[in-house]
Ligand binder design. Structure first.
Ligand code: NAD
Ligand code: HSO
Ligand code: ZN
Length: 434
């Protein structure tokens, strides 16, 4: 097989080689930007008909009207009844764990009263309507339905509009079953930039939402970036990533499979292993070569590992942490004896999986935390999708007549400093001693 890149922290050009490896053209690709811009403008202007035509072109659906692309909730309920009992139970167990975890994230309104009787605080309210993008081009993701919808439900969002592409009209029953479990309100079999546009601008059939969340490919990510401002978005998620730091004492086959687990998502997915143990890296290389032919998505994994996979030899764990903080991975596995100690030194990572018995795959499905996570080094400034993404905060201010005296004087002085006389006089009117 084509090899993963091999880097050594000691080599003179280590950091430039690492940066090259991390670079993902993604949302800056000019041709894709142009394609997406045109789709957005067209859907904005022509609504349903444009969405139908793009779905015919990109997803090969037979529908000729938008109404045919709405999947009734009764169909989702029927899917839930029809799937194998084992699948239903797993989805329900995962949903319950995800719900329990996200309940902890719910923010409540708060206020306090100053000594002068002035009340200050924050009122927390849910979004009215959220758009959930569930990817469906190369694979169907029932787990992403749960990860998108459950935090929105916990936040109290009134209406959830889900979009999911159904290439060649293949509707995935597990995706529908997950939507039924999570309590999605409407489902449309559309995807890509046209689905993002429909949610952002609204069409005759699809209601405009307040925020669009969820992962997707380059067309989806680019479209989300462009509609931000018209609607809110959670993040611009790139291809999946995994970084494993291992002390050399975990079974090399386990680590090879953990690297495959993200590589199998996408040719552009990124899988990196860091260790201070050169013999261990060699053993994982051998595991990769032996296990790869057994994989169903062998071609995708192979391309992904060749293009964006790497094994990095460091002198010690301190260097491993330094490299990790630079990469700011979506998923980080700490396959070491004292993971909690090491986690304290990690400043940037979407999710941290601690210990040899915590493969990232458990987090993708059922551990509880969200699997929609910041990618492409954005974990330096952003966080996992959560209940907080579906809640807004309004400041609360109720000034007492006593408070108006002291605040009025301060505001008046500051307003006159800005030459804003109306502001100053508005504050001064409330002063008892003018
Ligand atoms: N971060 C996460 O939580 C998470 C979860 C699941 C999947 N993912 C990622 O989401 C992505 C899913 O991608 P996908 O492609 O399978 O599904 P997708 O639903 O994101 O994209 C499919 C859509 O892309 C559009 N499209 C395809 N080719 C096009 C073209 N040439 N021009 C215009 N539009 C085109 C089509 O409209 C199609 O409906 C993967 O990168 C995967 O790694 C991330
Ligand atoms: N690993 C993906 C997020 O990067 C989520 C996922 C869904 N299904 C399997 N995995
Ligand atoms: Zn995954």
């Amino acid at each position: 097989m084509n090899q993963m890149s091999e880097l050594n922290f000691q080599q003179a050009d280590f950091w430039s080689k690492l940066s090259e490896l991390l670079a993902w053209e993604g949302v800056s690709d000019a041709a894709i930007t142009e394609t997406v811009r045109n789709i957005l403008a067209d859907v904005k202007q022509r609504g349903d008909q444009a969405v139908v035509e793009y779905s015919q072109r990109f997803d090969r659906v037979k529908a000729t009207a938008m109404a045919e692309l709405e999947i009734p909730l009764t169909r989702a309920a029927a899917a839930l009844e029809s799937i194998p009992a084992e699948q239903r139970q797993a989805l329900e167990q995962a949903a319950e764990r995800v719900r329990r975890y996200h309940e902890h994230q719910k923010q409540e309104s708060w206020h306090y009263t100053e000594a002068d009787g002035t009340l200050l605080g924050q009122q927390v309210t849910p979004l009215d309507r959220a758009g959930l993008y569930v990817p469906g081009g190369k694979a169907a993701y029932p787990s992403s339905v749960l990860m998108n919808a459950i935090p929105a439900k916990v936040a109290g969002v009134q209406e959830l509009i889900m979009v999911v592409p159904t290439p060649d009209d293949e509707v995935n029953d597990l995706v529908l079953a997950a939507a039924a479990i999570a309590g999605v309100d409407r489902i449309f079999a559309i995807g890509g930039a046209q689905a993002v546009a429909a949610l952002a601008y609204g069409t005759e059939t699809i209601p405009q939402v307040d925020k669009i969340v969820g992962p997707g490919n380059i067309f989806v990510a680019t479209a989300k970036g462009m509609v931000f401002g018209t609607v809110g978005i959670d993040m611009i998620a790139g291809p999946s990533e995994i970084l494993v730091i291992c002390d050399g004492k975990t079974d090399p086959d386990w680590i090879a499979m953990d690297l495959f687990s993200q590589a199998e998502h996408d040719e552009d997915a990124q899988s990196i292993l860091i260790s201070p143990d050169a013999d261990f890296l060699q053993k994982v290389k051998e595991s990769v070569a032996r296990l790869l032919p057994t994989m169903e998505r062998k071609a995708i994994i192979e391309t992904s590992l060749k293009n964006r996979g790497a094994m990095i030899l460091v002198d010690d764990m301190q260097q491993a942490v330094e490299v990790c903080n630079y990469i700011a991975p979506e998923h980080l596995e700490l396959s070491v004896d004292e993971p909690m100690e090491m986690a304290k030194q990690i400043r940037h990572a979407g999710a941290i999986f601690m210990g040899r018995y915590t493969p990232e795959a458990l987090g993708d499905y059922c551990a509880g935390p969200n699997h929609v996570l910041p990618t492409s080094r954005t974990a330096r400034f952003s966080s996992p999708l959560g209940v907080y993404d579906f809640q807004k905060r309004s400041s609360l201010i109720q000034v007492s007549s006593q408070g108006a005296q002291s605040l009025g004087k301060i505001a008046s002085v500051l307003a006159r400093g800005e030459s804003l006389t109306a502001h100053a006089r508005s504050a001064e009117y409330r002063l008892q001693e003018k």
